[in-house]
Design a protein around this ligand. Structure first.
Ligand SMILES: Cc1ncc(COP(=O)(O)O)c(C=O)c1O
Length: 395
């Protein structure tokens, strides 16, 4: 009997009842804008920022309207100017080079290795050859590079690291949380991340000038004193006339929906690990599949699973697997579909660059979303659908 999965893998995790209650309470007040002209004491957004800063262990935090906006503001507040070169790992999603394009910065693509993370050798080479002074380190699909090595390379070449932690809330390298390596880091609470507010983003930093600039540029008008996880007023005085308002504020409603989810993170992340590792164990047994190696130091939080498929019938396997309830996403396709993309699809990058090694790695890379609600039995079925689809098509 062929296995068949009967749930929709694109089902997002519903916010808890406390989020629904908080949202309804707020709706009845009408105070959906984060600032109040008479003062914003107790604003959901300010409270969220304080709580999220504590969760990551950062001094300052700013809520914004998406992960893409968070990256844009983080980079701009860190000092990236139009024309500046920014190093970026070649395995990432379109909003990441999109943020660089938004800034008018020049993307310098860095190869990845078969752990799906930035290749330190190529980073060193590109840092040297390009003279770039910024690295946008994207922990794509939750794969975390050796951050000790990457941090050392950045220090050697005087490069400022900005982290894209869209998929890594609570994830660690050698016990240090992602978001703590960069001078400023961006997170997302879009529905398929670890928190679900539909859309939303957060920026964290310990640098008071970056924090003040990001807050001003997010569109705080002259109401920035209503922030709590923010630097003192004199820091804003240094910047307030020179930072454009980009209107990327977080809505108070988003903050209200997100706050009750923060305490759930450890339990959610632990469950994601169980689901992932259970499926990974079954997939690893199949001769046509290989999974990226995950070193001991990588405290990964997988909201999806990645695997390399051998053979030349990957698209036929995907069709078969989809017909049995497991839609596999494929990074090797000619066109970007859904939440996959590769650098050749980012045609807006001004200086197209060859990343042959990354292209070769991504040419067999498959990916499946892992909803948090997956039971152990459903996780087993998911793995069985994939392996049986390979057998049906290839063997
Ligand atoms: C690696 C990565 N970075 C950043 C983002 C941007 O997040 P958002 O969709 O909130 O703009 C995404 C979105 O999926 C992503 O996958």
């Amino acid at each position: 009997m062929r296995a068949r999965l009967k749930i929709d893998l694109a089902t997002p995790e519903p916010p808890p009842q406390a989020s629904i209650d908080a949202a309804l309470r707020l709706l009845t007040t009408g105070r959906l804008f984060r600032y109040g002209e008479m003062g914003g004491e107790g604003s959901e957004a300010a409270l969220l920022e304080t709580e999220f800063a504590a969760l990551v262990g950062s001094k300052y935090c700013l809520g914004v309207n998406s992960g893409g906006s968070a990256m844009f503001l983080a980079l701009k507040a860190a000092g990236v100017l139009p024309g500046d070169k920014v190093l970026l790992n070649a395995f990432t999603l379109a909003p990441v080079p999109g943020a660089l394009q938004h800034l008018g910065a020049e993307t310098v693509l860095v190869e990845i290795n078969d752990r799906l993370v930035i290749d330190p050798e190529d980073l060193r080479l590109k840092a040297k050859n390009s003279g770039a002074k910024y690295l946008l380190m994207s922990h794509m699909r939750g794969h975390i590079a050796d951050m000790d090595v990457i941090s050392a390379i950045c220090a050697e070449f005087d490069i400022k690291m900005i982290e894209d932690c869209a998929h890594t809330m609570g994830a660690t390298w050698n016990g240090t949380q992602t978001g703590r390596f960069g001078i400023v880091s961006a997170f997302s609470s879009q529905s398929f991340k670890q928190f679900n507010t539909g859309e939303g983003g957060l920026i964290v930093t310990d640098n008071p000038d970056i924090a003040a600039r990001a807050i001003l540029m997010s569109g705080s008008y002259m109401l920035y004193e209503q922030h709590a996880a923010a630097p003192d007023a004199y820091v804003f005085d240094r910047w307030k006339g020179t930072c454009a308002n980009h209107s990327m504020r977080i809505s108070a409603l988003t903050a209200a929906i997100l706050r009750p989810q923060l305490p759930l993170l450890p339990a959610r992340n632990a469950r994601w690990r169980v689901i992932h590792d259970r499926i990974a164990m079954r997939l690893r047994r199949h001769q046509m599949l290989r999974l990226p190696n995950r070193p001991e130091a990588e405290g990964y939080i997988p909201t999806s699973i990645q695997f390399f498929m051998a053979g030349d019938k990957i698209e036929a396997v995907i069709k078969e697997s989809t017909a049995h309830g497991v839609p596999i996403k494929f990074f090797g396709g000619d066109t970007a579909i859904g939440f996959t993309s590769r650098s050749p699809h980012w045609e807006y990058i001004d200086n197209p660059q060859q990343v042959t090694k990354s292209e070769q790695i991504l040419s067999t890379l498959c990916d499946v979303r892992l909803p948090l609600g997956l039971t152990d039995d459903q996780a087993d079925t998911l793995a069985d659908v994939i392996t049986q689809s390979i057998d049906a098509v290839m063997l």
